[in-house]
Design a protein around this ligand. Sequence first.
Ligand SMILES: [Zn+2]
Ligand SMILES: [Zn+2]
Ligand SMILES: [Zn+2]
Length: 252
Amino acid sequence: MNLTILGTGTSIGVPMIACNCEVCLSDNPKDKRLRSSALLSIKHKNILIDCGPDIRKQLLSNNILDIDFVLLTHEHNDHVIGLDDLRPICYLNNKCIPILAEQRVIDSVIQRFPYLFKKNRFGSQAFEAVPIAPGKHHYNSIHFEAIRVDHGGLEILSFRFDKLAYITDAKRISPENLARMLDLEILIINSLQIDEHYKHFNLRETLAVINQLKPTQTYLTHISHRLGLHEEIKLKLPPNILLAHDNLNLSL
Ligand SMILES: [Zn+2]
Ligand SMILES: [Zn+2]
Ligand SMILES: [Zn+2]
């Protein structure tokens, strides 16, 4: 299995428009963060996790030609608003892409993009809604577990594929759901900034979760310009905890 991290930025991305802080002005490509998304390739299937406003650029720069299905963590704009940009994949591959998400998220996405979920005048349809709930799933020959995390009052999903888990936008995870993420080789988890935030883990909270789960390797994502410079923050982290960066490729 192969995971390409397509974006590692928080909802406004890094650099933030009109910001003159040292992170936003940094020349280091690792300080440039598109909105958070990832592509998992497993058994010759491409699974897109979240589809934010940068997806067109992300798919083009990683030469991603096909998507078998999409998993959505939740309905915030930075995770869904790029869905319309997947249409070329539907046209060129003559397919209807399944969108797997909780019913509430599906309702929200259909409200934003009603035309993508019904037949067009040529009789084809871009997306098919597939409601899922927390629990173990076997879809299109892929096994995964949807695990509940709390995003500051909004119940959202994280995903586990065998020994890899992808958590974004979490603020709290119950002990019973943390127990579903033990024994991981790779953990991707959100870490917004140094200061506390009411909807996202800050660095201290993320490190506390990592300390409980003890995955072999962890990569931080959904990062704001307020976390600090990539080169400076990485020196403060233990060797098996790294800052993810856009286009990072991981194999398991
Ligand atoms: Zn987000
Ligand atoms: Zn800034
Ligand atoms: Zn969110």
